[in-house]
Design a protein around this ligand. Structure first.
Ligand SMILES: C[S@@+](CC[C@H](N)C(=O)[O-])C[C@H]1O[C@@H](n2cnc3c(N)ncnc32)[C@H](O)[C@@H]1O
Length: 311
C-alpha cells in the first residue's frame, strides 16, 4: 500500500468517525485495539471472497436471460391483496436485485437503460417514482440470512428454496453456508434451465445442490424432509386461492423444529390472505442465531427478514 492510499484510508475512516459521540468513539477504539478487530477483518475478507462467486454467477446469468429477468413463458401478475396490490404495468418495473445491486441500478439509470420515474402528464414535471420490485433476493440479504439469521452449522441439514427462480438462494446457501443438501423447487422450466446451466458451468457439487422442476405442492416427499425452508413472497406468481392452499400444505408437511425464513412477516402474509388466526400457533419467531456477525451488516437493510421455527 502506498503512502497515498494509507492517507486516503485514514481520511475515509475519519469521515466515518466524525459522526460518533464520545462513548461510541471509545467503543470503536477499544474494538480496533482488540484481537476481535483482526478476527472480524478476516471474516469480512472471507465474506467478500464468497460474494465474488455470486457476482460472477450474476454476470453469467445477465448474459442468458432478458434484461427484465422475466421469462417469456411466465405469467407474472401483480397481486390483488397486500402491500404490493397497487403495482401495475405503468407504475412498476422489475429489476432483479440478485443481478443488480444498488450501485448497478444507479449506473443503469445514469446510462438511461432504466427509468426511475414515470410521467403523470406528458411533458410536464409532474412525475412520480416508479416502484422497483425484485423477484430474487439480493446478495446482501442472502449473506445476512446465512451469516446472521440461521445457525452457523447446517452440515447435516436439508435446505429448500420454494420457487428457486434464477437460483439466487441456492448459490447463497452454497457459498455462504455449509448446508449439506440444498434443493430448489421451481415450477417454471426456463428458470430451472438457467439454474442447471449455472450448476454445470460453475461445477457446483451436484451431491449438494439440486433443482427440481415441479409445483412445490407435488413434492411433499421433499418438504417433509426439509429442516430449513426459505420463502420469498410468492404474491406475483400465485392467485389468492393457490396462495392459501400453499400455506395449508406447508402447515401439513413442514416438520416440527424446522426453520422458516421469509422476507415479509408471516402476520402480514397470512393477514393479507385473511387466514392469520388459523396459523397463530404454528410458528414461533426466533432471534438471529449468529448475533456476533451483525457487525458486518447495516441492519436497516435486513429488517424485512424473519426467522421462525415450526411448533
Ligand atoms: C419471488 S420468486 C423467488 C425467487 C427466489 N426464491 C429468490 O428469493 O431469489 C418466486 C418464484 O416461485 C415460483 N413459484 C411460485 N409458485 C410456485 C409453486 N407452487 N411451486 C414451485 N415454484 C413456484 C415462481 O415461478 C417464481 O420463480
Amino acid at each position: 500500500m502506498s503512502e497515498d492510499s494509507v492517507l486516503s484510508a485514514k481520511n475515509r475512516i475519519l469521515d466515518l468517525l466524525i459522526y460518533l459521540d464520545d462513548f461510541e468513539l471509545d467503543t470503536v477504539e477499544t474494538w480496533i485495539c482488540s484481537n476481535s478487530f483482526k478476527k472480524d477483518l478476516e471474516i469480512k475478507k472471507q465474506m467478500k471472497k464468497s460474494e465474488k462467486c455470486l457476482i460472477d454467477i450474476g454476470e453469467t446469468i445477465k448474459k442468458i436471460i432478458p434484461f427484465e429477468a422475466e421469462m417469456p413463458s411466465e405469467n407474472i401478475v401483480p397481486p390483488t391483496v397486500g402491500d404490493q396490490a397497487d403495482c401495475n404495468a405503468i407504475n412498476t418495473v422489475h429489476v432483479d436485485e440478485f443481478l443488480y445491486d444498488q450501485d448497478e441500478v444507479n449506473e443503469l439509470v445514469k446510462k438511461g437503460k432504466l427509468q426511475k420515474y414515470y410521467c403523470l402528464n406528458c411533458n410536464s414535471r409532474n412525475i412520480k417514482d416508479l416502484t422497483l420490485i425484485s423477484h430474487s433476493m439480493s446478495r446482501y440479504v442472502l449473506q445476512y440470512i446465512f451469516q446472521v439469521l440461521l445457525p452457523k452449522d447446517l452440515e447435516d441439514k436439508q435446505l429448500l428454496d420454494v420457487g428457486s427462480r434464477l437460483g439466487a438462494v441456492l448459490y447463497g446457501a452454497y457459498y455462504f453456508s455449509n448446508a449439506g443438501t440444498i434443493i430448489g423447487i421451481e415450477m417454471n422450466k426456463e428458470c430451472c434451465d438457467v439454474q442447471e446451466r449455472i450448476i454445470s458451468q460453475y461445477s457446483l457439487d451436484t451431491d449438494r445442490i439440486k433443482v427440481i422442476n415441479s409445483d412445490v405442492m407435488d413434492r411433499s416427499d421433499i418438504v417433509r424432509n426439509t429442516n430449513v425452508i426459505i420463502i420469498n413472497v410468492l404474491d406475483f406468481f400465485v392467485d389468492i386461492e393457490k396462495h392459501k392452499q400453499i400455506w395449508y400444505y406447508f402447515k401439513k408437511y413442514i416438520k416440527k423444529g424446522s426453520y422458516l425464513v421469509c422476507n415479509r412477516s408471516m402476520a402480514e402474509t397470512l393477514g393479507y390472505l385473511d387466514m392469520f388466526e388459523e396459523f397463530m400457533d404454528w410458528l414461533s419467531i426466533c432471534k438471529p442465531s449468529q448475533l456476533e456477525n451483525e457487525v458486518f451488516f447495516d441492519l436497516e437493510e435486513c429488517n424485512e427478514l424473519f426467522l421462525y421455527t415450526v411448533n
